[in-house]
Design a protein around this ligand. Structure first.
Ligand code: PLP
Length: 259
């Protein structure tokens, strides 16, 4: 079995191109393997064409997982699985025996908002909102960012030795970001900052961008090669901006009112 997040990978932010999707499915067919396609983040993409879901390319070989955690809230605990009927029945049977069920009224309210199109409207609004936030980050840190064409986080590659210093200096000034090592059990292949923008307001992001630009200038240098200029931290202004960490997304509400 292969587990993959082809719409947007965390933390590097890659999207699996069509030829690699086809190669993965051909490999799965040759080896009799099932592919679990975790389609989280698929709802948000920026300035790039949609890619076909693996499930659509080979429904008999793929189990598709979706979630409302990014579009509404992880607190709902609601997701879905699309697979061939026999497997769906077996999963439903196991699921019914698990105790961590989403409450009935929450399920009913979510079903109603799906039926009435409220969720679609919310999604359309949030796509515009996240595009604005992502646009701001690209504008401020653009040259350096990667993995920014989908989802709710971007990656800022840095020299390995600079990551911890940048994370600490940003945190001292109230901007919480994490390094790629945070998402890797071994030494990460790519070093840099994971910057989430799912629950930061535009003004928080503007402030965070200017702090990050300044911290990067001091610790990494404009050329990104790591020429540190010393760490003269300024006094911290305002409270922390936890939204910039995408780890442990519990409590992050994808709604402009709460962002
Ligand atoms: C890779 C991945 N898949 C799925 C999810 C959503 O999981 P859940 O629906 O359990 O909240 C997340 C949340 O951040 C994620 O990072």
């Amino acid at each position: 079995m292969v587990y993959t997040t082809p719409a947007h990978q965390y933390p590097l932010g890659g999207r699996l191109p069509i030829p690699r999707r086809e190669r993965l499915l051909a490999w799965a067919r040759r080896n009799g393997a099932m592919v679990v396609e975790d389609d989280y983040d698929a709802e948000f993409r920026y300035d790039v064409a949609p890619l076909p879901a693996l499930y659509g390319l080979d429904p008999g070989r793929v189990i598709l997982l979706g979630t409302l955690s990014k579009t509404l809230s992880p607190d709902l605990g609601i997701g879905w699985l699309v697979a061939e009927p026999g497997l769906v029945d077996r999963v439903a049977e196991v699921r019914a025996r698990l105790t961590d069920r989403t409450s009935g009224p929450v399920q009913a309210a979510t079903a109603l908002s799906l039926e009435r199109g409220d969720l679609d409207r919310h999604l359309r609004r949030m796509r515009r909102e996240y595009a604005r936030r992502r646009g701001l980050l690209v504008e401020c840190l653009g040259e350096r960012l990667t993995g920014d064409t989908a989802g709710l986080h971007v990656l800022l590659p840095l020299p390995a030795h600079a990551v911890a210093a940048v994370v600490d200096a940003a945190a001292e000034r109230g901007v919480l970001v994490v390094g790629t090592g945070h998402a890797s059990q071994a030494e990460p292949r790519v070093h840099g900052l994971i910057i989430g923008y799912g629950s930061a307001t535009m003004s928080q992001l503007r402030h965070a961008c200017s702090v990050l630009a300044d911290v990067l200038d001091r610790h990494v240098g404009a050329d990104g090669t790591g020429g540190a200029r010393g760490s003269g931290h300024q006094a911290r202004r305002g409270g922390p901006i936890p939204a910039l960490t995408t780890s442990g997304q519990r409590g992050v509400l994808a709604s402009p009112d709460r962002c």
